[in-house]
Ligand binder design. Structure first.
Ligand code: WT7
Length: 635
């Protein structure tokens, strides 16, 4: 029996049990049957969480691009690998076949080599969502260089910090980017960042917006002429399974960004396996993940996971609101997308708009819908299910992290019955545990605690680049012999997991632990509410009280505010209990968010407790201007 593709619930349980009983056997079988290795491993797994040290398939040799490209050439060479949909809907989509991808990656890899990039060198990639972005990752992997993609919405100082931290030798960028009706001067941002980055020797510049930029002599070069000249075949560099594939920075809420280092063999196996199962991917599908490749979601589920399965993966350059709020659905119709994967923040933004933007399009090609990035509230879940999935597409609420490299807890569509706001069950090979404050595991169902993982999985990050001690302190010190995720979760009566939010955001009111997600969920159920965030603030009697920041829908704007406050609290009382009622409710027009769409509760917490002296770094916010407005209108 092949473990690779789960097709019904009974099979999931069987496979899961086997994967836990003997993880090494389980992963070895998958690795052997479904991938191309140049040399086999000596050991499937070596691990010690106290160091922490984890090695998967050690001694094995491979090149991940042979798995993602070369091995498909004979079976599906002319199939579209990357389907590029430009920002401007009038510009033609580009279909890049596996054969063409092979040629373009090879040429790019030869250019990198020619410019002095060698195995192990770090290359920072600061590009918009154009084909060169995916191709540059693969070109690095082709020659064993370590890529570090920095989201092209980050500032010069954020870019500089990351370049300095990984001591990159090269930066790949473009003359600029399109974002809806706007253009962004990426090259200008790179120039500013590089004033402080002595390790960078070369900058390669892709042409996208044809703006008039300056190339710095001896440092910058246009990419295209180099590609035109380059040879269209590049022998892959064979690397060890545990050689680094990439570094990806995750900011967290405090401190310097952490360069999560992922290695090659295990990451490949897990991203491919989880992609296949979570999206129930089949050969004829057209899969679309709307994330940016600057996030881990894009690495694992736009590039590596789909390509390792020989899939057609859509890359969208634009934004959901351009030229109007129907753009996502227009693209689904146009390319007959079968799996659609996005974030709750995008769903909520689209759900605020007129439903005609959705119903106008034929979405009948869709089979599976996915979400990732934060807890999805019940209302957004239903909107997604009813209007996009037309009640016909299972929703996979996928919980995972930059650190985990791949999806950890998620329904398997057509097998696991879904339940709104629940990520449901762990994927095979994933062993979650809920822990109490005293470091004891909480067994059984209908419990909640801190979410940890007990046993290694192939795609886990191996270290924080240049700071192994911080890796240990952050993830392996809170609980003995466990990876601590930083999230809180509850396990319901059938064993389904619901992520309740970051543990740092948990609020203790009169001695009760309250996660942010379920309360915000209850608030968002109110018909006049579009979105909300809650934080704690000091209270003489309760210890903490709850402060809610609430965005109203257009339809709610005319309502009496005090009535609304009462109704919202009534709703919380009904769904959770009076303990979770809010002491203060401030209506706002926006919430401070990170560029990946997460609410920055740290800032709201300071505002709520009148601690305005040190709001911390607000420069990486998507919308720093809302902070001032919220302060001005504070209750
Ligand atoms: C944090 C990780 C994994 C790719 C995108 C985010 C939260 C993520 C869910 C979900 C509830 C979720 C967690 C997690 N999160 N997915 N389905 N339900 N919460 O990657 O930036 O590393 O963030 O996002 O809090 O720890 P990331």
């Amino acid at each position: 029996m092949s473990n690779y593709h789960i097709k019904h619930l009974e099979e999931y349980f069987q496979v899961y049990r086997r994967s836990v009983r003997n993880p090494e056997n389980f992963w070895e079988e998958i690795a052997e049957e479904h991938f191309l290795w140049r040399k086999k491993w000596n050991n499937v797994l070596e691990w010690d969480f106290s160091k922490p040290e984890v090695k998967w398939f050690s001694g094995a040799q491979l090149n991940i691009t042979e798995n993602c490209i070369d091995r498909h050439l004979h079976v599906r060479g002319n199939k579209t690998a990357i389907l590029f949909e430009p920002n401007n809907p009038d510009e033609a989509a580009e279909h890049i076949s596996y054969l063409e991808l092979h040629k373009r990656v090879s040429k790019f890899a030869n250019v990198l080599k020619d410019k002095g990039i060698k195995k192990g060198d770090r290359v920072v990639i600061y590009l918009p969502m154009i084909p060169e972005l995916a191709i540059s990752l693969l070109a690095c992997a082709r020659i064993g260089a370590v890529h570090s993609v920095v989201f092209a919405g980050f500032s010069a100082s954020a870019l500089a910090t990351r370049i300095q931290d990984c001591e990159a030798k090269m930066v790949i960028t473009s003359d600029g980017s399109y974002r809806g009706a706007k253009t962004i001067d990426l090259k200008g941002i790179v120039d500013e960042a590089l004033e402080d980055c002595p390790t960078v020797e070369k900058v390669l510049v892709a042409k996208r917006i044809h703006s008039d930029i300056k190339l710095k002599e001896n440092r910058d070069e246009w990419l295209q002429p180099l590609l035109d000249e380059a040879y269209g075949d590049c022998v892959p560099e064979i690397v060890d399974s545990e050689d680094p594939l990439f570094i990806l920075y995750t900011s967290g809420s405090t401190g310097k960004p952490k360069g999560m280092m992922h290695t090659t063999g295990g990451y490949m196996v897990y991203s491919a396996y989880s992609f296949k199962n979570v999206f129930q991917y089949r050969e004829e599908d057209v899969y679309w993940c709307t994330a940016d490749i600057g996030w881990i979601t894009g690495h694992s589920y736009i590039v590596y996971g789909p390509l390792a399965n020989g899939a057609t993966t859509v890359m969208f350059e634009g934004v959901p609101s351009y030229p109007d709020y129907g753009r996502f659905w227009e693209i689904v119709q146009k390319h007959k997308v079968t799996q659609f994967y996005t974030a709750p923040t995008a769903i909520r933004a689209l759900a605020k708009e007129n439903i005609d933007f959705v119903t106008k399009y034929d979405l009948s090609s869709l089979k599976v819908l996915g979400t990732v990035g934060e807890p999805i509230n019940e209302e957004a879940w239903h909107w997604y299910n009813d209007h996009v999935g037309e009640k016909n597409c299972p929703i996979v609420d996928t919980w995972w992290q930059t650190e985990t490299g791949g999806i950890m807890i998620s329904p398997i569509p057509f097998s696991t019955p879904t339940k709104p706001t629940y990520a449901t069950l762990p994927l095979p090979g994933i062993q979650p545990a809920l822990m109490d404050e005293n470091g004891k595991e909480i067994k059984g169902n209908q419990v909640d605690g801190r979410l940890c993982i007990k046993y290694p999985w192939p795609s886990m990050a191996r270290t924080i680049w240049g700071n192994h001690q911080r890796y240990k302190d952050t993830y392996f010190s809170a609980f003995e012999n466990m990876y601590f995720t930083g999230d809180g979760a509850l396990r319901d009566e059938v064993g389904y997991y619901r992520i309740t939010g970051r543990v740092d955001d948990v609020i203790i009111v009169s001695g009760h632990n309250l996660g942010t997600a379920p309360i915000e969920d209850a608030i968002n159920e109110h018909p006049a509410v579009a979105e909300s965030a809650i934080v704690g603030f000091p209270h003489d009697i309760k210890g903490n009280a709850l402060y809610g920041f609430v965005i109203l829908k257009e339809t709610g704007e005319s309502r009496d505010r005090n009535n609304l406050r009462n109704e919202i609290n009534q709703q919380i009382s009904d769904k959770i209990g009076p303990i979770a009622k809010l002491n203060k409710i401030q209506f706002v027009t926006g919430l401070p968010k990170t560029r990946s769409g997460k609410i920055m509760r740290r800032i709201l917490r300071k505002i709520a407790s009148n601690d305005l002296s040190n709001l911390g770094d607000t420069s990486t916010l998507l919308n720093p201007e809302v902070v001032d407005q919220i302060i001005k209108e504070k209750l």
